[in-house]
Design a protein. Structure first.
Lengths: 175, 424
């Protein structure tokens, strides 16, 4: 009898997961009461099984020019570089022009209000206005990449205007 | 077939939760005049010895749909029992679900059920699923789908899956869970943000945006194999992937030519075609279910509004006109509705537009809703919102009357996307 059970079990396994079986066929029950796990064939992966990927690798950062801020702040719904940020942009432009091998990513950010993708596009507008300003100061386009983190990486976790003002920014990251 | 004796529910808010399986669930029912099928559920014979309580899972599914009111059958009946119909009628039931779960010699479980029309005393059929332990919940959801489909005439969505993202302790996880939020399995874990997961039409792949290389890059990920490929990693930002209904193309937002613009890429790789040409933000593409057009968000008129363009290019039509902030369009698979987020007086709320009449309605009264997507039967929506300062996921009926908070993870839960029908 045991052999018959195994054959029937294999047939069920071949029929695949969640296959329809007629209700008038009696299920072959495991009544052995001992170590059913050992007796069974290795379980097939569940139909709903998911395999995990771990992402860890991050590019290393160059520290960039010393004593120069790497953050440029923006007003609400604005992409215009304020006069107060002009000297910061000029310092980075000098540093980049001095060595054509230096590369930066300009990372645009938005405050937390609204959708993630729309904020990604708003952050992109901020990073691109910094990229254009650096380009006007003679930095080669090949040294610059404007990207956006949208609202994903606030520098201030608060939920008020003071926090939002710190989060509407572009960061210059040397790579 | 449809059951006749529908029940009128005169209840404003109702806590429906019985047993540990759905203890995480809060199903809120509001509004009067709701018609629900009263269904008696018998505990499945043998489920005490099974790792999952089949009847409880089926019950939670049916209640969350808003179409059913669950009653206790009062006794344990399996699929071979001849139930006493008059006793069931006395309990107020129109339908009855019976069944059993048996451990097979090979370690799998045989799950069987039978559905009864109590009013007519008629057998409405049943089925049997032989599954491994990890698929017991899936088998339960398929039973709920059978009940839903038989009694309402619409396809059930309980055996579908939802993808979402959690952020906890500085780590981001992309999860794939059953449509009830349970059975969550991690597809990707990363120290950098993950946004915008989007199921392929076949339900075997997810496109998403990962920032793991410190910039937004679009991947397509085979979820069961755990393999993925980069589909858009151009200079600048790559984001907002949306599948064409045939799965052959992805619409994405790229900034490679300056500004955020929409492009179409073959999903297996190939030449990129630029779809929109503007000096403004164009993003969040969503294909119409017939594949003919793409809805998207643009601030070309000064504020973000939803537009539609033919997929091969052509005249762009504006779709939303009310208010100054309309984003995140999602089109129902039946093509009738557009769900989106509208800002009104600083409140970001899930809205629904009837695409035939252009009539709009707010679905929720919350203030930080994001990213709606439709269940594949077009009857339910999942969206992200904030509850007591935490990010949470909700499902709702289109009229907003029945909402349920999705079970699941600690930490902030966001970026849901409802997958297609289960394909065996």
């Amino acid at each position: 009898m045991n052999r018959l059970f195994i054959v029937f079990g294999l047939l069920l396994a071949l029929a695949g997961c969640a296959s329809n079986v007629k209700l008038d066929e009696a299920p072959v029950e495991d009544k052995s009461g001992s170590a059913p796990q050992q007796a069974s064939a290795p379980a097939a992966p569940a139909t709903s099984a998911v395999t995990t990927i771990r992402a860890n690798n991050l590019p290393t950062m160059d520290p960039g020019p010393t004593g120069v801020s790497k953050v440029i702040y923006f007003d609400y719904d604005s992409f215009v570089i304020k006069a107060e940020s002009q000297s910061v942009i000029e310092a980075h432009a000098r540093y980049l022009r001095a060595d054509k091998n230096r590369r930066v990513a300009i990372e645009g950010h938005a405050d937390e209000r609204g959708g993630r993708e729309y904020n990604l596009a708003l952050g992109q507008k901020r990073s691109e206005s910094v990229r254009k300003a650096l380009g006007l100061l003679g930095v080669a386009d090949s040294q610059l990449e404007a990207v956006s983190f949208g609202k994903e990486k606030p520098s201030d976790p608060g939920h008020d205007e003071a926090a939002w003002a710190k989060n509407r920014r572009a960061e210059i990251a040397y790579r | 077939m449809r059951l006749s004796g529908l029940f009128l529910l005169p209840v404003l808010a109702l806590w429906m939760g019985m047993g540990a399986a759905q203890a995480q669930f809060r199903v809120d029912v509001s509004g009067v005049g709701l018609t629900q099928v009263p269904i008696a559920l018998s505990p499945f014979r043998g489920e005490d010895a099974s790792p999952q309580r089949i009847a409880s899972i089926v019950q939670a599914d049916l209640e969350r749909s808003g179409m059913f009111r669950a009653l206790a059958a009062g006794q344990s009946l399996d699929e071979n029992a001849r139930p006493d119909m008059s006793a069931m009628r006395q309990r107020g039931a129109d339908a009855l679900l019976t069944g059993s779960v048996t451990r097979l010699a090979d370690g799998r479980f045989d799950v069987r059920f039978r559905l009864w029309d109590v009013v007519k005393g008629q057998d409405l059929g049943g089925a049997s699923y032989a599954v491994v332990t990890g698929d017991l919940r899936l088998a339960s959801h398929r039973i709920a789908d059978y009940v839903y489909e038989t009694l309402t005439g619409d396809k059930g969505v309980f055996s579908t899956r939802i993808a979402y993202v959690t952020k906890q302790g500085g780590r981001y996880n992309l999860w794939i869970a059953d449509a009830d939020g349970e059975n969550a399995q991690s597809a990707l874990t990363s120290p950098e943000p993950i946004i915008s997961p989007s199921w392929s039409p076949m339900g075997n792949q997810l496109a998403y945006v990962s920032f793991e290389s410190r910039k937004p890059v679009v991947y397509v990920h085979d979820v069961s194999a755990g393999k993925r490929r980069v589909v858009a990693n151009f200079k600048g930002s790559n984001s907002a992937p949306a599948w064409s209904p045939d799965g052959k193309f992805l619409a994405v937002t790229l900034s490679r030519d300056g500004g955020s613009q929409i492009y179409v890429i073959p999903s297996e790789g190939g030449e990129v075609r630029r779809l929109t040409q503007s000096n403004s933000i164009d993003t969040e593409p969503a294909f119409a279910p017939d594949g003919s057009g793409i809805y998207f968000v643009s601030d070309r008129a000064g504020s973000p509004q939803i537009y539609r363009t033919p997929v091969m290019g052509g005249p762009v039509q504006r779709v939303t006109f009310q208010g100054s902030y309309n984003i995140s369009p999602s089109i129902s698979p039946d093509g009738r509705w557009m769900a989106y987020i509208a800002r009104n007086g600083g409140q970001y709320r899930l809205h629904l537009m009837d695409l035939k009449s252009d009539k709009i309605q707010a679905v929720t009264d919350t203030s930080a809703d994001e990213r709606p997507s439709f269940a594949p039967n077009s009857r339910l929506l999942v969206y992200a919102t904030q509850i007591q300062g935490r990010e949470a996921l909700m499902t709702t009926t289109l009229d907003g009357r029945i909402t349920a908070r999705l079970a699941g993870q600690a930490g902030d839960i966001r970026e849901p996307h409802w997958g297609p029908f289960f394909k065996p």
